[in-house]
Design a protein around this ligand. Structure first.
Ligand code: V47
Ligand code: SF4
Length: 375
């Protein structure tokens, strides 16, 4: 059966009835259900998803596409855990392991004095010997060199361990880190919340409940955060919808998430390589469904070092309105997992050009989406 879609005031567009009721909801700015999201994943073609996601994106952000000037510090790749998708983890004394000293970190930060960088993103392995106070002193060191910089640091997985090691409750630990200078929390460590998948890919580390609890407490303390989802491995669409449902529910309670960042599983040099990788169509579909489903997230980020510059440009027509930042060759997480960008670096001018070529409006932002400059 076919129905006429008059919503767009266009010539007749034929849409399956099951999809047409979802189309109506989206254009009426109504929340879609879990089952609607599954239907979109399984039955909607890419062109329809692009139209729907672009409607939501336009309502929330117009043509604005956000980026910032940031760099990463990955203090160590030594980690007590062994997540099956991780290409970066090493054990103490293993070849390829690194541990930065505070002097190394100070020297790295000094390179950015006067460059207009507004954010430092600090994420690394869960080192067995380092607790909250060590990382608190690290934040102080960064801010002693770059006093104005926003410190977005430590995934919930790192936080869970460093706080436990310091023998504090989660709330005490997050308050202490805030006092050391922590400004926000990145979205990593979420992977896939569904326990039957999490137990197969990253059994040992912070649980789903830990992850959600840490973000909820952080929000209650005025520490905003991001959320990620690692997709394209052994999970199915139900697991992705379940993951986003848990985030949507938490966001309804706190409003503390800035952005959702789907992370495509990359296969090089890890135990799950045999799975291969999903294709670009799947990436775009996933951005679009996320944009439509997560109605209470203002922003959807495509992490360009992960998916490449061209897919990033196309993603802007599938709901994405944020492309992260300049990064400046300071992350190894994805290059070690096989991302195209071996040395991820884009100047501000490159980012602006990328956005303009896609017909969008580049906005340089700070971490919490205040506009710094309209380009
Ligand atoms: O949790 C690890 C992912 C995450 C692989 O908040 C992999 O702005 C794909 O937190 N293939 C850490 N992904 C990165 C992270 C992040 C990244 C960008 C922006 C923000 C933000 C946060 O990296 C991990 C894991 O999900 N990851 N290995 C891999 N082989
Ligand atoms: Fe450790 Fe993070 Fe790699 Fe897991 S993904 S092994 S927690 S560094």
């Amino acid at each position: 059966m076919q129905t006429e879609n008059t919503l767009l005031n266009l010539p007749t567009v034929h849409i399956e009835p099951e999809l047409s009721q979802i189309v109506k909801k989206v254009f009426n700015n109504e929340r879609i259900t879990d089952s609607d999201a599954l239907t979109l994943y399984t039955k909607a073609d890419l062109s329809l998803l692009g139209v729907l996601a672009t409607h939501v994106r336009t309502q929330k952000n117009g043509k604005k596409t956000f980026f910032n000037r940031n760099f990463h510090i990955e203090p160590t790749n030594i980690c007590i855990y062994s997540c099956k998708f991780c290409s970066y983890v090493r054990k103490i004394n293993q070849e390829g392991a690194w541990e930065y000293t505070f002097d190394d970190i100070e020297a790295l930060c000094q390179k950015y004095i006067g460059t207009g960088v507004t954010e430092v993103h600090i994420v690394g392995g869960v080192h067995p010997k380092r607790d909250l106070h060590y990382y608190g002193e690290m934040i102080k060191k960064v801010k002693s060199v770059l006093p104005e910089v926003h410190v977005k640091a430590f995934t919930a997985v790192e936080l869970e361990f460093m706080i436990r090691k310091a023998k504090m409750t989660l709330e005490e630990g997050l308050i202490a880190l805030k006092n050391y200078g922590l400004d926000s929390i990145p979205g990593g460590g979420a992977e896939i919340f569904a326990e039957e998948i999490r137990s197969k890919i990253c059994d040992e580390k912070a649980s789903t409940n830990n992850w959600l609890q840490i973000h909820e407490i952080a929000h209650s303390l005025g520490i905003p955060s991001n959320a990620t989802m690692l997709y394209g491995h052994i999970e199915n669409y139900e697991h992705r919808v379940d993951h986003m449902r848990r985030l949507r529910e938490l966001q309804d309670r706190t409003g503390g998430f800035n952005t959702f960042i789907p992370l495509k599983y990359r296969k090089a040099n890890n135990e799950m390589s045999y799975l291969g990788e999903v294709n670009t169509i799947e990436d775009l579909k996933n951005y679009a469904v996320a944009r439509i489903y997560l109605d209470n997230f203002r922003h959807l980020k495509a992490y360009w070092p992960m998916i490449g510059k061209e897919t990033t440009q196309i993603s802007l027509s599938f709901g994405v309105d944020d492309i992260d930042g300049t990064i400046d060759d300071t992350t190894k997480i994805y290059s070690m997992a096989g991302a195209e960008n071996k040395n991820p670096v884009m100047t501000t001018e490159n980012l602006v050009k990328l956005v303009k070529e896609a017909g969008m409006q580049p906005i340089e932002r700070d971490t919490v989406y205040n506009t710094i400059k309209e380009w």
